[in-house]
Write a protein of this length. Sequence first.
Length: 245
Amino acid sequence: MNNQNLLRYSRQIILSEVGEDGQEILLNSTVLLIGIGGLGSPSAMYLSAAGIGHLIIADFDQVELSNLQRQVIHCTEDIGRDKVESAKVKMLAINPNIKITTLTNLSEDNIGEWAKKCDVILDGTDNFNTRFKINETCVAQHIPLVSAAVIRFEGQISVFKGYEENQPCYQCLYSSTEHSDENCIDNGILAPVAGMLGTMQALQAIKVILNLGEQLVGKLMVIDALNLNFRTVKISKDKNCPVCN
């Protein structure tokens, strides 16, 4: 590690749980972020700053005025621009020493090939069909999935390792036939709630990569930001899950 990196990441390196070896691991890691919106924005910025060596960011949308209230990686001047290109500029401004790959065409046909390159995948999407496909890919490829969701004043986050014998996958938590696709367009969202959950996704990703502390594997943290209430519930593996069994 060169002197510039030692200085840039010095506040992480002095943590005994990280150190130079841990920082080298981060610098050699690849993380795929799917969705550069309310969740993906803070995740992308913190993972860039923390020194994840290769960040693959995927989103097919363009920046809209209504995004700017919570998608803090984008600015007014970015309206109409591809979100991944807007985000890439900000991420490289934070840390020009990392590699960023942008995808506007991630699909069922190619997600498996991109997933193979990754140590962790972060799901910041807002519909169940997409989440189910991401989960299937993570189980098939044996890749940890950090999944979060936000709406109104509420959020939830978990880490899924459904490829492990006794650990649930995302579909163990939500049946593919029993769910409601609520979204912030119809229901609203308070901006900092997205920031809280996106930052926690970045935190969990780093902890998974470095194998640190509580990783929320097999657990779902539910946050009520209106009343500032945090609770964690256990998720059991569904013996009838069509994905991880």
